[in-house]
Design a protein around this ligand. Structure first.
Ligand SMILES: Cc1cc2nc3c(=O)[nH]c(=O)nc-3n(C[C@H](O)[C@H](O)[C@H](O)COP(=O)(O)OP(=O)(O)OC[C@H]3O[C@@H](n4cnc5c(N)ncnc54)[C@H](O)[C@@H]3O)c2cc1C
Length: 482
């Protein structure tokens, strides 16, 4: 990216047209926190995988809720739109600015309160997820939200995307982990709904408007999040099965035999495992034989380790007898358990050396997830012989990353030209099965057309009406979601 002068702003946007606004912003939050140099903005203009880039006049780094409110008030008066940003790890293009101003929450990074008896923590939006997990750990509690991006994503971004991750099966999505929020509205008003109540039936549940809104309705500045008892034991296994049908039967068994200790049930296709073994440093196939599919299973609990191990082993023995699984490796030490997890965690990265891939982040009812894998795989193979489907992910949530790697001898560009055709094939199947074309990553700019195509028309109308009420001037993250 070329370096531009401060006056020129970033990527060709001319900040000289906005001198009065920038001066007012400098007065409000301090000149050091109003950045216009292209170098300061460079990483903020590009989506995590480099798939989209945008332009912006300036990057604002307010240090308090009041400063966020002042920034939004000044921007609204000047009619300059604002794109909120957290860690910029989002995968739907929602944080990429299209002109206007970027407002990052990175200086709102205080943990305001920990209340172990209420089992809550009040955190500012810019707290890095991993730091929140560590703070919970310090009071012997668990904040279960866990994503591969946890070292850089922020809790405000997690709320705004209603992030999922690997603990949804037991603890739910981000939405299920939040009791209250503080939000600055586009006109600068501050909504204080920062309560830590588990019971509060006092009208509409406003916090849920902002959770998952991808910064289009308000800027979340703080939240009250739930803490949970920290598990004292975990039992982890990688099992092999002949395909998605026995995997689904196994899932049903694990739910009934391990009850609420079942925390993880992730699916890995053979091709995906092979890519990890081939490309991820330190990863190897823990089984002697090659199998069509695998499931990573983890139980967690607060009882004795031996009880949890016995529960896992008992369920797996029954699964062997029922021919739901054909091989299994149980982690005997913490290091072995981590090694099994590494096979799952390295999947996305291991696909990269295999060339272009077309990704779908979809969900169907759990009862249809095996059907989905079979039907969608066949339909995609029919469309492009030689294609290498690589379905993996949160099987127990009905959420799959249905990724397609290009045929070995095809050029990346030729393959990516088929993105739209594969979207139609996969998303039509998902829709017909009562599923969602965006399970975890949101709409951003990438999936706006799909939203128009598949969302209930009355739901879309209501979303537009809500946007018009809360942000009549289209000041906050314009062009995203709707
Ligand atoms: C390696 C990797 C693994 C990932 N794994 C998962 C996964 O398992 N599950 C999952 O759900 N996602 C996953 N993601 C996607 C991403 O990490 C999540 O969407 C995360 O919640 C985004 O947080 P962020 O702070 O980076 O938000 P950003 O990317 O900065 O922003 C995301 C959206 O929220 C808005 N926003 C950000 N902060 C605020 C705020 N304070 N107020 C209002 N709006 C705001 C932005 O405008 C944008 O629309 C992964 C990403 C990567 C790179």
């Amino acid at each position: 990216m070329t370096t531009l002068t401060a006056e020129r702003g970033a990527s060709g946007t001319d900040s000289r047209d906005h001198v009065p606004l920038l001066d007012a912003l400098r007065d409000a939050i301090g000149a050091a926190y109003v950045l216009t140099d292209a170098q300061d903005l460079a990483t903020r203009l590009v989506e995590d995988r480099g798939l989209r880039s945008g332009t912006a006049i300036a990057l604002l780094r307010p240090g308090s809720t009041e400063e966020v409110a002042t920034c939004l008030r000044l921007c609204q008066t000047a009619k300059v739109p604002v794109t909120p940003q957290g860690g910029n790890t989002g995968l739907a293009g929602g944080g990429v600015p299209d002109g206007g101003i970027i407002l990052t929450t990175d200086r709102l990074n205080r943990i305001r309160q920990v209340d172990p008896t209420n089992a809550t923590m009040t955190v500012e939006a810019g707290c890095i997820l991993a730091n929140i997990q560590a703070a919970a750990d310090e009071v012997d509690a668990l904040f279960p939200l866990s994503l591969a991006s946890e070292g850089s994503c922020q809790i405000g971004g997690n709320l705004s995307t209603n992030a999922g991750g690997t603990a949804v099966l037991r603890y739910g999505n981000t939405r299920d982990l939040v009791l209250g929020v503080e939000v600055v509205l586009p006109d600068g008003r501050v909504l204080n709904d920062l309560n830590g109540l588990r019971k509060n039936n006092t009208g509409y549940d406003l916090k849920n408007l902002f959770i998952g809104a991808e910064g289009t309705l308000g800027i979340i500045t703080a939240a009250v999040i739930k803490l949970f008892p920290k598990p004292t034991a975990r039992a982890t296994a990688l099992v092999a099965c002949t395909g998605p049908d026995p995997a689904l039967a196994l899932y049903a068994r694990m739910r009934s035999q391990t009850a609420d200790t079942l925390s993880t049930f992730e699916y890995i296709d053979r091709l995906g495992l092979q890519m990890v073994v081939d490309h991820a440093p330190g990863c190897s196939d823990p089984m002697v034989e090659v199998h069509p599919a695998y499931c990573l299973i983890e139980l967690t609990g607060n009882g004795a380790q031996a009880d949890l191990d016995a529960r896992l082993e008992g369920a797996l023995e029954a699964a062997f007898e029922a021919e739901e699984i054909i091989d299994a490796v149980i982690g005997a030490s913490e290091a072995q358990k981590d090694a099994l997890w590494a096979l799952r965690e390295n999947l996305s990265e291991a696909q990269k050396p295999e060339g272009a891939s077309i990704k779908h982040d979809v969900s169907v009812p759990v009862s249809r997830v095996a059907d989905f894998i079979k039907v969608a795989t066949q339909a995609c193979m029919d469309h492009m012989p030689g294609l290498r489907p690589c379905p993996f992910g949160h099987f127990g949530d009905g959420n799959l990353h249905f990724n397609l790697s290009r045929p070995v001898d095809m050029a990346d560009a030729d393959f990516l030209a088929e993105y739209g055709a594969f979207n139609r094939i996969v998303h039509d199947i998902v829709h017909e099965m009562g599923g969602s074309f965006s399970a975890e990553h949101g709409i951003g700019t990438f999936k706006r057309a799909e939203l128009r195509r598949y969302k209930d028309p009355v739901a879309l109308e209501l979303m537009e009406q809500l946007k018009a009420v809360l942000d009549p001037g289209q000041m906050l993250n314009p062009g995203k979601v709707l």
